[in-house]
Write a protein that binds this ligand. Structure first.
Ligand code: DMJ
Length: 673
């Protein structure tokens, strides 16, 4: 409303009004934008303002100016580092044009040199990095150029930490300067590997670094050379007839598929690294880079693909420092996660890695106990490397759940577990063989991996070994061999799977890690038995299952074999245990026993055109009946453990720094907190 009083005395003008006069109007021909005109016009406007209005405007200008200065100083640093970071991101290897430095994308940046110097005050952060040593072990053709460069010293000696930037393994000759040994003996796990906390944030770097105080390289001996020759022969068959497929069929010169993921090739990667087979490794790496695709509509077994593929990729990443393998590990690990979406969180046995669906076998809703409790080392390590806790949480939940379950017999577990109820099923049958074996192995190995702090794992392990002693141990006749039988609803059976021969090695590993010395005694007795399972058989090769004689009968050996059990699948367990026993005792008889076994593999399972084959009859030396299949674990495990067994170098996969998964893929032990 407009009042007369208001019209008579004009109000104080505490607001700015802008009136457009004809000369200011923007119109046809009326537009005047000269500087002089604008200056005059502004000045006129300024003069028209009241004192208060002018003060307010001046104050606002002053305020804005102050804000501008403050925000410039606080934003300057981040802007600077952002600019630097994006430059870093684009950093390429100056020696290999086009090759992006692999490490920074995935792994944390090198820690500052003054971090963790508390114990080593003499080390100054200013110290220049030491160049890597040029170590050559074995024949020169077994050497490979390093997958690392720009090694920077952090601390030294046993607790040394050095920070390295891994780059792709396929280097040209020009990287020779930074050569470190390709071979396992100089592969030192990084002591800074740390356990993931409940809130994992920072991704970790690979464990494989070269210590400052390099020991003299240990030359490869003749037996190790024989293993290399055997590996090359097996690889030739795979390469010629099964390249990129799961398994070689050496007799029919073809292949078989299980998951269609190049299983043998992936399982063999770290073996090639350890044996120093540069060319073979490079070729296989190329296949992984160009052909290994997990986005496939295919059902895979959770356990088998975890121990062979995820485990193989993770260990190869640790040994080589090549992030290609970590990327692939993350991919397969993520694709396996739907298996854990069950009512009980006990995973299904099968996952479709392309569709992201999981299910139990068609005939049951049960999973196998060994399968759901032997995927932990791999998923826990994946969490540590990626900083994503979901992998570890899924597998830790399974262990915690199994820890609380009833249905155990003095620590011994049944063979099946229901994915709906989460309870054991088919109660009353106890074995250390198929379907339960690696449950016991992984109790100990997780405890070691995690820095010996997870007491429930140790408790379950110790209780289980007591259960083995109480219910499953017996002696055979006539040689009084100590063996591990089975218990079915209170009835003892003198049956022992070759699979059980992992146990002496695991017991010895426990004793080495401070557990009771009588575990070592038991290990010594059991490895003798496992050896006899080979030595007492006509071909010198163990069958899949033996039955021990409990009563002396004239003309009978300790070991009896049923017709259905007399096949040999080139399994590793006895050689694996021989390796541990030799490492911890230095007793050469273990090497000699392994040597006999290798010779018998060569005699009865080697296929002249390339590859080795499983056989159907270990009791018939004149016709062992080849089965026409080379299992991936022959390259992944059996030959790797052979090579390690024949080595006198305790640093060739040092057992205080690495723990082998159940498929012989070494993963780093996390440092104690
Ligand atoms: C391998 O896949 C693993 O060692 C597993 O734990 C048992 N079976 C084979 C080898 O025999």
């Amino acid at each position: 409303m407009y009042s007369a009083a208001a019209a008579a005395s004009p109000p104080r003008r505490d607001f700015i009004s802008v009136t457009l006069g004809p000369e200011e109007a923007v119109g046809f021909g009326g537009y005047n934008n000269s500087k002089a005109w604008r200056r005059r016009s502004c000045w006129r406007k300024w003069k028209q303002l009241s004192r208060l209005q002018r003060s307010v405007i001046l104050f606002l200008f002053a305020f804005l100016a102050v804000c501008g200065v403050i925000s410039y100083t606080s934003m300057g640093e981040p802007w600077k580092s952002l600019t630097n970071k994006s430059l870093d991101d684009q950093r390429t290897d100056p020696e290999i044009p086009g090759l992006k430095l692999a490490n920074p994308a995935v792994l944390p940046p090198p820690q500052k040199a003054d971090a963790n110097l508390g114990d080593y005050p003499e080390l100054s952060p200013q110290k220049p990095p030491k160049p890597p040593h040029h170590v050559r072990r074995g024949p020169s053709n077994l050497q490979i150029k390093p997958p690392w460069k720009d090694v920077r010293l952090k601390t030294r000696h046993d607790t040394s930490r050095i920070v390295e930037e891994p780059v792709q393994a396929d280097k040209e000759e020009k990287t020779e300067k930074s050569v470190i040994s390709w071979r396992g003996a100089v592969i030192e796990p990084d002591q800074s590997t740390e356990p993931p906390s409940s809130k994992i944030k920072e991704p970790e770097k690979p464990s494989s670094v070269e210590g400052e105080d390099q020991k003299e390289p240990v030359p490869i001996n003749d037996r190790q050379m024989a293993v290399i020759e055997a590996f090359r022969h097996a690889w030739k068959g795979y390469k010629d007839f099964a390249w990129g497929h799961d398994e070689l069929k050496p007799l029919s010169k073809s292949y078989s598929e299980w998951f269609g993921l190049g299983l043998t090739l992936i399982d063999a990667l770290d073996t090639m690294w350890i044996l120093g087979l540069k060319e073979e490794f490079e070729e296989a790496r190329k296949w992984v880079a160009n052909n290994l695709v997990f986005d496939k509509n295919v059902d895979v077994n959770l356990f088998e693909s975890t121990i062979r593929i995820l485990g193989g990729l993770l260990s190869t990443y640790h040994l080589s420092g090549d992030t290609l393998f970590l990327e692939k590990a993350k991919d397969i690990g993520s694709r396996l996660m739907p298996a854990f979406k069950t009512p009980s969180k006990v995973p299904y046995s099968d996952v479709n890695i392309g569709r992201g669906t999981a299910h139990p076998p068609r005939w049951t809703s049960d999973s196998t106990v060994a399968e759901v409790t032997s995927i932990q080392l791999e998923f826990r390590e994946l969490s540590r490397l990626t900083g994503d806790e979901k992998f570890q949480k899924a597998v830790d939940d399974v262990m915690k759940h199994v820890h609380t379950l009833s249905g155990k017999n003095d620590g011994l577990v049944p063979m099946f577990i229901n994915t709906n109820s989460g309870q054991f099923s088919h109660l009353g049958v106890y074995t250390l063989g198929a379907r339960a074996d690696s449950y016991y192995e992984y109790l100990l190995k997780q405890w070691i991996q995690g820095g010996k702090k997870e007491n429930e794992l140790l408790e379950d392990y110790m209780r289980a070994i007591e259960g083995v002693k109480k219910h499953l141990l017996q002696r055979s006749q006539p040689k009084q061999l100590t063996f591990v039988g089975e218990l079915a609803h209170g009835h003892f059976s003198a049956k022992m799977d070759h699979l059980v021969c992992f146990l002496p090695g695991t017991l010895a590993l426990g004793a080495h890690n401070g557990l009771t010395a009588d575990h070592m005694k038991l290990a010594e007795a059991l490895i003798e038995t496992c050896y006899q399972m080979y030595a007492q058989v006509e071909t010198g090769l163990s069958p899949e299952i033996v039955h021990f004689n409990l009563h002396a009968q004239k003309g009978h050996k300790d070991v009896e074999i049923k017709p259905a059990d007399r096949h040999n699948l080139l399994r590793p367990e006895t050689v694996e245990s021989l390796f541990y026993m030799y490492r911890f005792t230095g007793d050469k008889k273990y090497q000699d026993w392994g040597w006999e076994i290798l010779q018998n593999f060569n005699k009865y399972t080697r296929v002249p055109t390339g590859g080795y084959t499983s056989i159907n009859n270990v009791q018939n030396p004149s016709n062992p009946e080849p089965r026409d299949k080379m299992e991936s674990f022959f390259l992944g495990e059996t030959l790797k453990y052979m090579f390690l067994l024949f080595s006198d170098d305790v640093d060739l996969i040092n057992l205080d720094k690495y723990v082998f998964n159940t498929e012989a893929h070494p993963l780093p032990i996390w440092a104690p907190a």
